[in-house]
Design a binder for this molecule. Structure first.
Ligand SMILES: [Fe+2]
Length: 262
């Protein structure tokens, strides 16, 4: 049993010539892809955890579809609050959705079951899993039997006790209750909040990764968060029988390599 996969989130792609708070999100994704090909060509696959397109535009999904061809490992995708489900499905194909109409997926590889959940809810930046999705998830968990499970979705389900809880997964408690029926959920990984966190909530480990574009200073005090140009972060999940581990690999502002003074 052995699995390695990469999670990228919050690409916020825009039409050529536009930037997201000054960040060229296309160039940033190209750097991420080059980094994966250089450092992680041994990964089993890549997962994109939503907010693929900043305004859900067709041209952004076309660009993503085309850029992903440069990846040397397979890629599995779900969407976030900035995305537009029908446009995504037009470009990536109707087969990306389950019979509930949502972009939920199961990947059985390396002895693990990884489940992607589409948490986008129309008209709001908060997230929600529909009742039909929770039923679908319960069935997929039951099917997994003794196989350990990792879930990836865009929205954070566990309260982070900062301002980002205004745009949390609204029915996180229902989600956690479904997850608990399995008994061996090793990680729930989300993007959305543009900063890194880990938590144990309701007996399940939850992680957020920072962005594929800008990150934010964590709003822990009464100070407004600031946007930061880096770090351009991916989560690298290493999983085997003994454990499940998440590294954070930054591909934008790597620290300068230090050398001994001459
Ligand atoms: Fe988001």
């Amino acid at each position: 049993m052995s699995l390695k996969f990469i999670v990228l989130s919050d690409l916020h792609l825009l039409p050529d010539g536009e930037t997201n708070f000054g960040v060229d999100t296309t160039a940033r994704l190209e750097t991420a892809i080059a980094t994966i090909n250089a450092r992680h060509s041994d990964a089993d696959y890549v997962v994109l955890a939503g907010d693929l397109a900043d305004r859900g535009e067709r041209v952004a999904y076309e660009k993503l579809y085309s850029l992903l061809k440069q990846l040397s490992v397979p890629c599995h995708v779900t969407i976030g609050n900035h995305d537009h489900r029908p446009t995504y499905l037009e470009i990536f194909g109707a087969g990306e959705a389950t019979n509930t109409g949502y972009i939920d997926k199961v990947i059985d590889q390396g002895g693990y079951r990884v489940i992607l959940m589409d948490s986008a809810e129309e008209g709001t930046h908060s997230g929600r899993l529909a009742d039909s999705q929770l039923i679908w998830l319960a069935d997929r968990l039951d099917e997994a039997e003794d196989k350990p499970v990792i879930v990836v979705l865009h929205h954070h389900a566990n309260p982070l006790r900062t301002a980002v809880d205004d745009i949390i997964l609204e029915n996180g408690a229902d989600f956690a209750e479904v997850l608990m029926r399995h008994g061996d959920v090793r990680q729930v990984i989300a993007g959305h909040v543009h900063y890194t966190s880990t938590a144990l909530w309701r007996g399940i480990p939850f992680t957020t990764l920072a962005d594929g574009t800008y990150s934010v200073t964590i709003p822990l005090g009464p100070v407004e968060p600031e946007r930061l140009e880096g770090p351009g972060q991916m989560a690298v999940v290493l999983a085997d029988e003994d454990g499940t581990l998440v590294h954070f690999d930054n591909y934008f502002d790597n620290h300068q390599i230090l050398t001994e003074p001459a």
